[in-house]
Design a protein around this ligand. Structure first.
Ligand SMILES: [Zn+2]
Length: 60
């Protein structure tokens, strides 16, 4: 069946975001069963924060 873009609500900011058909296919390919819970922005923010704390660990 053809996939369709899905509207999801971000867990962090509460904004709606689109889980595109392409992304759904990517998730399936990777064997990920769960839909994303955060929008792209929040995901990037979290990633940046994680990188920052890793950097700090390195410097300590
Ligand atoms: Zn968000």
């Amino acid at each position: 069946m053809e996939k369709q873009d899905k509207k999801l609500v971000c867990k962090d900011c509460g904004e709606e975001f689109i889980f595109t058909a392409g992304e759904q296919e990517f998730y399936e390919e990777k064997g990920l069963e769960h839909e994303p819970v955060r929008c792209k922005e929040c995901r990037q923010k979290r990633k940046a924060e994680r990188m920052k704390s890793l950097e700090q660990l390195k410097h300590n």
